[in-house]
Structure formats: structure tokens, C-alpha cells
Ligand binder design. Structure first.
Ligand code: GUN
Length: 293
């Protein structure tokens, strides 16, 4: 089995496939897919994510629009902007970068997005469809994990998967997807979170661990069983004066500490992150298909 499960190789292939599809669309006289991103406030991590999304769109030939709104904006005004974008027939996908300022109710915002433009897959209708196994937008990170499992032909049937973190962006949806009666899936899933007593008690029994905690080097060798497969979704910025950016990226897994004990592991950076970015583009293409109907 491949020891280091690189995601950037997969992401590059997917981007190339998408780019070819866009060129085909343009040749046929169709307009390219169009993704709009809304960012409220000046969270520097969110800004990096949004800039990456814009760059990714440009690289595959998508049109991208960016709305940068002040964190003083009211919930009502933001909902009005979303409803206007919902009506825009020249727009395929719409994402509101999270987190939002505290004065804005996240749920009200997500519900305001047209489910057919909800390329994040966060709208209750899309989460409901996903849970029922009905074809829909699957949130980018869980979809990236499924894509990685498929690419490396990892058998998950009957395997015990322990997930660390129950966020609506990663932990919750991937726990549902891995338990579903299909492949990848058919797994026995344990979802651990901040109230779990003795996380290591669970992780030591896992065949596969998916961690999305955001605590650098959290998972150590004494917390896993021999030959476990580790999928590291955590990305934390840690100060590093030797780096020109002033920080380095670290995952939830203490990579060097576990390396000799695992069967396979995703690196950070270069693992789940790049696949996740390409999945958002894939979802935008699905939105284009919905537009055509
Ligand atoms: N913030 C962190 N991850 C995400 C994501 O996947 N989508 C949105 N909209 N915001 C995020």
C-alpha cells in the first residue's frame, strides 16, 4: 500500500480534467462556470482561503466574483445580497466564507442560499439529500476524503473508522458518508468530539482515523494501533521565523512520531487540502449541470 497518500497529485489531475471541460464549453459558445465568494470581515485565514479559491477558478478557466463586505454588515443586508445573487442566472455557485461575525446567525445565511447554487453543500436540503444518498453537493472536504480513498483503492468495508471532530464542514458529514451502504463506506464509525472521554481509548482501536481538530501534532504514536491509516484534515499555522511567511502549516498528526507505525498517512501540506480545493471546482461544474435543466 502507498505509504504517503499525496493529495496534490490527485488535485492536479482533477484540475486538468475540469480545465478540459471548460475549454469544451467555451468552444461550444457556452459561458464558463461562474463561482461567487462572499467574505465578511478581515479574518486573515479566511482571506487566504478565499484568495486560493479565486486563484483556483482562474486556473481552470472559471469566472469568479468576489464580494468583500465589512463585518458591520447586518444579517438582513447580507441575506438581501444573497437573494439577489440567487436570482442571477449568470451565476452558478455561491459560497459564503465561514466563520461569520458573531452578530450574524450562520444558519439564517446558509438557508438563504439557493440550494442549486450551494456548492459548499451546507444547505439543509443538500445535507438532507446527502444523508439519504440522493445525488447532491457534498461538502468539499468530505468529498475530497472520498476521492482520496477511491484513488488509492483503500478498502473501508467493515473497517472501524474513528473521526476526531464533529464540525458541520468535515466531521459530521464524513461520519454519515463513511457509515453509508456504499463504497467508500460500509464502515463502523465512531465520532469523537470535545465531550468524548479518553479519545485515545477510541483511536487505539481504529483501522482508519480521520482527524479534523485543528490542534497541531495532537495525534501521537501511543494513540494509534499498528498499521492504522491516518487521514489528517487539520491545518494549523504555527509561528516559524525561518519561513518567509513567518509561519508553517502543521496537521493534527505528529507525522514524524507516527510514521513508522502507520500503514499510510496523508501529509500536511499536500494531502487533503489540495483535493478539497479541487472538489469545490467539481461542485461548481455540478451546479452548471443543474443550471442547464
Ligand atoms: N471555512 C472553512 N472551510 C470552509 C468551507 O469549506 N466553506 C466555507 N464556506 N467556509 C469555510
Amino acid at each position: 500500500m502507498t505509504k504517503i497518500l499525496y493529495g496534490n497529485i490527485i488535485a492536479k489531475k482533477i484540475r486538468n480534467q475540469i480545465n478540459k471541460k471548460v475549454l469544451c464549453m467555451k468552444k461550444k459558445g457556452q459561458r464558463p462556470p461562474h463561482l461567487a465568494t462572499i467574505l465578511v470581515g478581515n479574518n486573515s485565514v479566511s482571506m487566504t482561503y478565499v484568495n486560493n479559491k479565486i486563484k483556483d477558478c482562474e486556473n481552470v478557466g472559471f469566472k469568479s466574483s468576489f464580494l468583500h463586505l465589512p463585518n458591520t454588515i447586518t444579517e438582513k443586508k447580507l441575506i438581501k445580497i444573497i437573494k439577489d445573487l440567487n436570482k442571477d442566472t449568470l451565476l452558478d455557485g455561491l459560497i459564503i466564507q465561514l466563520p461569520l461575525p458573531k452578530n450574524i446567525n450562520k444558519e439564517n445565511i446558509i438557508i438563504a442560499i439557493d440550494p442549486d447554487k450551494d456548492v459548499d453543500g451546507f444547505h439543509p436540503l443538500n445535507i438532507g439529500k446527502m444523508t439519504m444518498g440522493i445525488k447532491t453537493f457534498i461538502p468539499a472536504t468530505p468529498l475530497g476524503i472520498l476521492t482520496l480513498l477511491n484513488y488509492y483503492k483503500i478498502n473501508t468495508q467493515g473497517k472501524h473508522i474513528v473521526i476526531i471532530g464533529r464540525s458541520r464542514i468535515v466531521g459530521m458529514p464524513i461520519s454519515i458518508l463513511m457509515a453509508m451502504k456504499r463504497s467508500p463506506g460500509n464502515s463502523t464509525v465512531t465520532l469523537t468530539h470535545s465531550y468524548t472521554q479518553e479519545i485515545a481509548y477510541h483511536t487505539r482501536k481504529a483501522d482508519i482515523i480521520i482527524t479534523a481538530l485543528g490542534v497541531p501534532k495532537f495525534l501521537k504514536s501511543n494513540m494509534i494501533k499498528k498499521s492504522a491509516l491516518l487521514i489528517d484534515v487539520g491545518i494549523s499555522r504555527v509561528k516559524d521565523s525561518t519561513n518567509t511567511k513567518g509561519y508553517k502549516l502543521l496537521g493534527d498528526v505528529d507525522f514524524d512520531n507516527v510514521y513508522n507505525k502507520v500503514s499510510s498517512i496523508t501529509p500536511v501540506p499536500g494531502g487533503i487540502g489540495p483535493i478539497t480545493r479541487s472538489m469545490l471546482l467539481k461542485n461548481t461544474l455540478i451546479a452548471v449541470q443543474k443550471r442547464k435543466k
